[in-house]
Design a protein around this ligand. Structure first.
Ligand SMILES: NC(=O)C1=CN([C@@H]2O[C@H](COP(=O)(O)OP(=O)(O)OC[C@H]3O[C@@H](n4cnc5c(N)ncnc54)[C@H](O)[C@@H]3O)[C@@H](O)[C@H]2O)C=CC1
Length: 485
């Protein structure tokens, strides 16, 4: 079975599809054919109002259910997602252009993991009892209320679930606004949660650009905003949330270092660098795009990397043998091309790639630059495309200082056979998500998020519960009340 690409309607609110065709049309463009394959409409003020009013009402009912009951809904939704993995993966590929080979294992499956994990935690979210002589305090772990999730375009299903699952487990309602570039997949998440028994209104999806996001996060009925996006957007959204003293989770951009020492296993280091630069055509926030390679292993690393890149198969992302898809949009392709031109102009050595590919489609070759220096634009700015920068280094102290010399702090990785050094490096990295002898894995059990300008808060793991709930302390007196007069 295959889902129709054109959704039934633009938004999913209060358990059903709704539309208001007065909203600005948002075309969905196929990254392979460059043709419009679906159209949705940005939410009008009436749609935004409908979504918030419905979430506010539904949240009360949802929070009154036991954790076990809420968890059951999430786990049922996880089962449905797994049973429909193929059609959800096809839709994810149509939304993003990522190869089906990837989406079959990384998107609905990761979303289902989040629903299952937080569904399992829901029943055990408790407060604590603090004895104070005869008196005592107990704490209640309570939901925040209505949460708004705003997504980026690279992982539309996964982001919708990573935000929705912990929010719902804690008894919140969520209104999710997908990126205008990839509006399709979150609608399926909403539909599935409803089918799994979620009360109408606990997970609404509304479409739109920044204005719709802004209308949602400035509404006084909204208690929290969780954004996945770029740092400039994060600054705006964080500021708007601060005006209303709202809770925030910010999952923002990065320019992460991947450090490869002379003693590393070359084959594994090359695999790590490929995973950290070319998966999803490089459109991954945690990518290790500054690959610091110690001078003694540089020649062997570049040789094997170039050989391994011969295994890239570009083409129709729906063809399961294709392992490298087009960029998400013409705009993103053009941005990345601009960075490649800068890399060449600023004197980096183009080892491989650098060009468009194919007659149609937003394809860019996987690109590797060597002899990159810290001051070059390609070593400083987030590119969000398939461009790897290889930088040379001599010593551990030197590379750690250079790895940290960035305003970002999302991820960092190290490849070495010396485990003492690996742990020392990781302790020194200014980054929220670190890897030793691997790169870019993001299981739901592990916290994911950034430090410095890459973000605030953590997604996944038990840590996410702290970001979707609040504690109420209750002092209970067992005797008379003493007062001064
Ligand atoms: N840390 C993480 O977990 C991840 C971070 N990202 C980051 O996302 C970026 C790429 O995604 P894009 O969609 O281009 O990011 P973006 O920042 O352009 O947009 C993100 C979302 O924010 C919305 N938005 C824009 N202005 C807004 C405003 N004023 N108020 C409310 N919402 C607003 C957009 O409509 C979109 O849904 C990259 O920088 C990447 O590093 C991407 C994936 C994961």
């Amino acid at each position: 079975m295959r889902y129709p690409v054109q959704p039934t309607a633009s938004h999913f609110i209060d358990g059903q599809y709704v539309d208001d065709t007065d909203g600005t049309p948002i075309p969905v463009i196929c990254q392979m054919s460059e043709k419009v394959i679906a159209t949705v409409h940005a939410a009008t003020p009436a749609i935004v109002e409908m979504a918030i009013a419905s979430a506010k009402r539904a949240q009360v009912e949802w929070a009154a259910m036991t954790g076990t009951e809420r968890g059951r809904v999430l786990r049922r939704a996880a089962d449905i997602m797994r049973a429909r993995n193929h059609e959800l993966s096809v839709l994810e590929t149509e939304d993003t252009g990522k190869p089906l080979q990837e989406t079959l294992v990384a998107d609905a499956t990761s979303g289902a993991d989040a629903l299952e994990y937080f569904g399992g935690l829901a029943a055990s979210l408790t407060g604590e009892h603090i004895q104070l002589g005869d008196d005592f305090v107990y704490t209640r772990r309570e939901p925040l209320g209505v949460c708004v999730g705003i997504g980026a375009w690279n992982y539309p299903t996964q982001i919708a679930c990573w935000k929705g699952a912990p929010a719902l487990a804690c008894g919140n309602a969520m209104i999710f606004k997908p990126s205008e570039t990839t509006p399709l997949c979150a609608l399926k998440v909403a539909e599935i949660l409803h089918e799994a028994g979620g009360p109408a209104g606990i997970y609404n999806v509304v479409q739109g650009m920044g204005e719709v996001g802004n209308a949602l996060i400035t509404d006084p009925r909204v208690d929290k905003v969780s954004l996945t996006g770029s740092v400039p957007t994060g600054q705006k959204v964080y500021a708007a949330a601060a005006a209303g003293i709202r809770h925030v989770t910010m999952e923002l951009g990065g320019k992460s270092p991947l450090v490869i020492f002379d003693d590393a296993d070359v084959e594994n280091a090359v695999s790590g660098a490929i995973l950290g630069n070319f998966y999803s055509s490089g459109q991954v926030c945690s990518n290790g795009t500054r690959v610091f390679v110690q001078k003694g292993i540089k020649a062997a690393f570049l040789k094997r990397l170039t050989e391994r890149l011969a295994g890239v198969k570009m083409g129709d992302p729906l063809d399961e043998t294709v392992n490298f898809g087009p960029m998400v949009s013409a705009r993103q392709r053009d941005i990345v091309e601009g960075f490649i031109e800068k890399g060449i102009a600023e004197g980096a050595t183009l080892v491989t790639g650098g060009k468009r590919a194919g007659d149609t489609g937003f394809f860019l070759e996987p690109t590797v630059f060597a002899d990159v220096t810290d001051d070059m634009t390609i070593a400083r700015d987030e590119i969000f495309g398939p461009v790897m920068s290889v930088l040379d280094f001599d010593t551990e102290d030197e590379v750690l200082a250079r790895a940290n010399a960035t305003e970002f702090g999302l991820a960092a990785g190290v490849f070495t056979a010396d485990l003492t050094r690996a742990h020392r490096m990781v302790a020194g990295f200014e980054a929220g998500t670190c890897y030793i002898n691997t790169y870019n894995l993001a299981p739901v059990e592990a916290p994911f998020g950034g430090s410095k300008k890459s973000g605030v808060g953590r997604e996944n793991s038990k840590a996410a519960i702290e970001h979707y709930s609040q504690l109420k302390g209750v002092y209970v007196a067992m005797g008379d009340v003493e007062a001064p007069f």
